[in-house]
Design a protein around this ligand. Structure first.
Ligand code: ADP
Ligand code: TRP
Length: 320
């Protein structure tokens, strides 16, 4: 199966991103043909600072390579390195009813939040459709917020195929129902917009600070505590093995330790969990040329498929 997904280069990655989407994506690596790109054209709809966009793009590449993307198994590139996507975006625009985009939740939510609407923001799903359809993608793993965009992609593809024959592959989205929402340090959904994150790549000192701020109840140190609804325990569940969790439950019930101790255990677990990724990140940060080579190889592979597909599409619609 060809599995494709795009990543917004949005700066800091937190553990909600990891358990909510990155891990799911990496599960496809090896058994499937995985295509992953950094959606820098999409990022342009919200980020207008050239220096930050350049830095975030490379930074995202480094982070994802460090967290497990293997360029020998996965085609990994930067969206803007394959310009065919923009041509398809324009072509698909003529098959996209206005109403389809006007109903998009993501667009409506952003406008409701006061973000000034521009055409890029409005037509964002058409570019996403081009990303998906250009590569004959069959499966698109996404977070719940992106499901509608894949549905829009399907609608556009069906409309195109009705007029031009069976040219575009109709993709399906995949979300991981097993993944619960990862709570932030205040117990609400972890999100960079709520400023309640625990970040993947951070210093030990900062990690201590972030885990130290997790909100708990005020049961005194010497009293037994319940782990069931504790934010610290919930996060420990993501990082610890079954036997470690059993041990932790005993510590909660014993009434000999306070939340500070449990937070320290969580901090150690997170630190160890990402130890390999941190080493790789340090390596790639020192070897950015290697990162650029990986992206450029990926772009070459992606472009080959894209240009072949565009020849077929142009011919079908009469672009000479
Ligand atoms: P943020 O909310 O921090 O801006 P994004 O919207 O950039 O995060 O999310 C990127 C991906 O990570 C999405 O697929 C989303 O579903 C997933 N994700 C983000 N936060 C969480 C969370 N707290 N729990 C589970 N998944 C999450
Ligand atoms: N819109 C996606 C997000 O914000 C990123 C993205 C762009 C994408 N193009 C895509 C995801 C194509 C899947 C397929 O997360």
């Amino acid at each position: 199966m060809r599995v494709l997904t795009g990543i917004q280069p949005s700066g800091i990655l937190h553990i909600g991103n990891y358990f909510g989407s990155i891990r799911q994506m990496l599960n496809y690596q090896g058994d499937n043909e995985l295509f992953v790109f950094i959606a820098n054209y999409h990022a342009l709809t919200s980020l207008k600072d050239a220096k930050s966009l350049k830095e975030n793009t490379i930074d995202a590449a480094i982070s994802f390579l460090s967290l497990g993307i293997d360029p020998n198994k996965t085609t990994f590139w930067v969206q803007s390195d394959v310009k065919e996507v923009l041509e398809l975006y324009w072509i698909l625009s003529s098959y996209t009813p206005m109403g389809l985009l006007e109903r998009a939740h993501s667009y409506k939510d952003k406008v409701a939040k006061g973000i000034v609407a521009n055409h890029g923001l409005f037509s964002y799903p058409v570019l996403m459709a081009a990303d998906i359809l250009l590569y004959d993608s069959q499966i698109v793993p996404v977070g719940k917020d992106q499901i509608q965009h894949v549905e829009i992609t399907r609608d556009i593809a069906v409309k195109f195929n009705n007029d031009n024959g069976n040219v575009l592959k109709i993709p399906t989205f995949k979300t991981d129902d097993k993944v619960a929402t990862v709570p932030g340090i205040d117990g609400a959904k972890m999100s960079k917009s709520y400023k309640n994150t625990i970040n993947i790549f951070t210093t030990q000192k900062e990690l201590k600070k972030q885990t130290g701020k997790i909100i708990t109840d005020s049961t005194p140190l010497e009293e037994p505590k319940s782990y069931e609804n504790c934010n610290v325990y919930k996060l420990c569940e993501l990082f610890m093995q079954e036997d470690e969790l059993m041990e932790l439950q005993i510590r909660y019930r014993s009434g000999k330790e306070g939340y500070g101790h449990f937070k320290a255990s969580l901090k150690d677990a997170i630190w160890n969990y990402f130890s390999d990724a941190r080493d790789k990140r340090a390596y790639y940060t020192e070897h950015k040329d290697e990162v650029r080579d990986i992206l450029s190889d990926g772009a070459k592979k992606a472009k080959k498929i894209a240009s072949r597909k565009m020849e077929i599409i142009r011919d079908k619609i009469g672009i000479i």
